[in-house]
Write a protein that binds this ligand. Structure first.
Ligand SMILES: [Zn+2]
Length: 631
């Protein structure tokens, strides 16, 4: 992030003095009032001690089959009685406290002569090393890594994926120092893929501009397939692990198109700016899986091994577009709390709907603009975000802004009642993005759109002001581009019902709502488990909910008929009449209980779009732009 990069030079001064950033700013201002010569002398004194402290890292994977890596962090000339080493509890971009320190073991410390130093654990994720006045301290530990996901680390005989925020500790108050990372892979492994750049000719010795960049640079080690391409003026590397049916000859061409399309929205690629000189895609292809996590100049993607053909390719490219869009939105253009991270605690913001939801809106839009998605499919995806929001019982309870704030305790910790009490800031945020885009286009008769907001905010808050934005600033920026107040914000920060017709009319679209009133449904999600039918969730306001069914109930019989499977039970209910009463025999904690349930339709509303036959030229223009035509 730029706020980090711009501060590198004087950050040496800050940390050599062991005072906080705010304190330095205060002192700096006071000094400004003094004479120029005194100021110059002061700066001279500061800079002589600027390079005093040194930090270096080493990670080794000598026995990958044990799932351990070995880390050493060496600090020189700290001039401290003790040094605290802290491991993050979470991975930026994935808003859940994951307690990475649970994988740490065998912590030790030695001085320059190898003499053991006292290590004291002072919090769940901080170790205090007593220096005994030594000028050189090495803190070492092992990390157990056996969870393959985009935000956790995994090591086995075939490869090592190091999700750096869960692997590397930082010496407290030295986070801004530059350092080096020496990687010692298993002797049979020849490849390394990461956003970090080598110091010299040895690709396993990496330059680390500061800890934020280290924590934001995952590392793939092994014998992965590496493909390269250049797009938007940047060298891109794609590391595939796990095999799969991707076509090496064409996949990079497709990815390059997505990269160019994404960069064209912002007009420049931050990977051309120091200290970055390339971008890395680390792609894991397990037999099943999906998802991605954004980083400063890299990303980790997970795609199913055989998911690169047909619609699978479109989905993969949409994932590429999502994570690449994050290069601007979130990694640089960001809500205030998401930068200068507190690595030990939750970092709260009500704006994940913009950071994540609008990114989700753009992932399909970019894929469509790049020519990989049909107009009808694209429109279907947008309709789905609207009908999902409308049909989710949780959208009447939790606003999209609240869903963002509570991501840490709700979205990332779902339970059986989540659908009744929460909305997704991803899908509902994408829906809000689609309506925001329409409202801006409507306000400007198609002259401006959300692209203009993204470009403006990137220039204003990242490049010019070099900081995150507030809720007020985000709304102000959108309204500045629109030239008038926008109504969509009240729907984002409250549960006020949305008048979709108002927004869709800007594009000459009529909304048709279709509600099935004839097919009864219990409103339960049933699952077959060991020959039993188990209730997994019960939607609020449905026949099953009002009739008393609970999660974990086993459905044995309906109206005296033994139910052999979940699908049979669902179709039995669908074959009855609305208003009819049925008897459902349930086993609840091994007690047999009969329930009389009056059947009702589930009440879900399907959305359909229709074009206005007498649409104006402006409405036609907006329709074209909104459905993926370029501005
Ligand atoms: Zn995302």
């Amino acid at each position: 992030m730029l706020q980090v990069l711009n501060h590198i030079e004087y950050s040496f001064i800050i940390y050599s003095l062991n005072i906080s950033h705010c304190t330095l700013a205060l002192k700096f201002n006071k000094r400004m009032k003094k004479t120029l010569s005194a100021f110059a002398i002061t700066l001279g004194l500061l800079s002589t001690s600027a390079f005093a402290q040194k930090v270096s890292y080493e990670v080794a994977v000598p026995e990958p089959h044990t799932h351990y890596c070995e880390i050493k962090v060496t600090v020189e000339d700290a001039k401290k009685k003790h040094i605290d080493f802290t491991l993050p509890t979470w991975a930026p971009g994935s808003y859940l406290i994951r307690e990475f320190s649970k994988g740490v073991e065998q912590e030790n410390a030695v001085d320059a002569t190898g003499k053991p130093l006292k290590v004291e654990k002072v919090t769940k994720n901080t170790w205090r090393v007593h220096t005994d006045n030594s000028n050189k301290v090495t803190f070492s530990y092992k990390v157990y890594a056996f969870e393959l996901s985009v935000r956790t680390s995994f090591i086995d005989a075939s490869h090592a994926f190091l999700s750096s925020s869960g692997i590397f500790v930082f010496p407290v108050e030295m986070e801004k120092l530059p350092s080096t990372l020496t990687v010692k892979p298993h002797s049979s492994w020849k490849q390394i893929s990461t956003g970090l750049s080598p110091v010299g000719n040895d690709k396993f010795v990496l330059a680390v501009p500061n800890y934020d960049i280290l924590a934001d640079s995952p590392i793939e080690l092994g014998n992965q397939d590496i493909l390269t391409f250049t797009a938007a003026g940047v060298r891109h590397e794609v590391a595939f692990w796990g095999g799969g049916n991707y076509d090496p000859a064409s996949i990079t061409k497709h990815m390059a198109k997505i990269v160019e399309e994404t960069a064209s929205i912002f007009g420049e690629n931050p990977n051309t700016q120091k200290p970055f000189d390339h971008y890395t895609f680390i792609v894991h292809n397990p037999s099943r899986g999906g998802g991605g996590l954004e980083h400063l100049n890299s990303t980790v993607l997970q795609n199913s091994r055989w998911g690169y053909g047909g619609s699978g390719l479109t989905n993969f490219l949409s994932l590429v577009a999502h994570e690449y869009f994050h290069l601007w939105n979130v990694k640089r253009l960001r809500p205030k709390p998401l930068g200068g991270f507190d690595y030990s605690n939750e970092n709260y913001t009500r704006m994940l709907w913009f950071a994540e939801g609008v990114t989700s809106y753009y992932d399909n839009l970019i894929t469509r603009r790049a020519g990989y998605m049909e107009e009808s499919k694209y429109i279907d995806e947008i309709i789905n975000t609207m009908s999902n929001h409308e049909n989710a019982a949780g959208s009447k309870v939790q606003s999209i802004g609240e869903a963002s704030f509570d991501a840490w305790i709700k979205f990332y910790r779902p339970n059986e009642n989540s659908k009744n009490s929460t909305v997704s800031y991803y899908t509902s945020g994408a829906m809000a993005g689609a309506l925001l885009d329409l409202e801006i286009m409507g306000a400007t008769e198609g002259k401006k759109c959300l692209d203009d907001v993204m470009r403006y905010m990137y220039q204003e808050y990242y490049k010019k002001l070099d900081r995150g934005y507030s809720e007020e600033e985000l709304q102000k920026a959108c309204e500045l581009i629109a030239g008038k107040p926008l109504t969509i914000f009240k729907h984002i920060y409250s549960t006020t019902p949305i008048n979709y017709e108002y927004y869709l009319n800007f594009a000459g679209i009529k909304l048709q709502k279709v509600t099935d009133t004839r097919t009864p449904n219990l409103g339960t999600n049933l699952s077959d488990e060991d020959g039993r039918i188990i209730v997994k969730s019960v939607a609020k306001g449905t026949a099953g909910y009002d009739g008393g069914l609970n999660v974990n109930d086993e459905i044995i019989a309906i109206d005296g008929n033994r139910m052999p499977s979940a699908s049979f039970a669902n179709s039995y209910v669908a074959g009855q009449d609305v208003g009819q009463e049925i008897e459902v025999l349930v086993s609840r904690d091994n007690l047999i209980i009969p329930f009389k349930i009056k059947l009702a339709p589930e009440g879900k509303t399907g959305f359909r779009f229709a074009r206005n036959s007498d649409a104006t030229a402006t409405q036609e223009l907006i329709f074209k732009q909104w459905t993926g035509g370029k501005k």
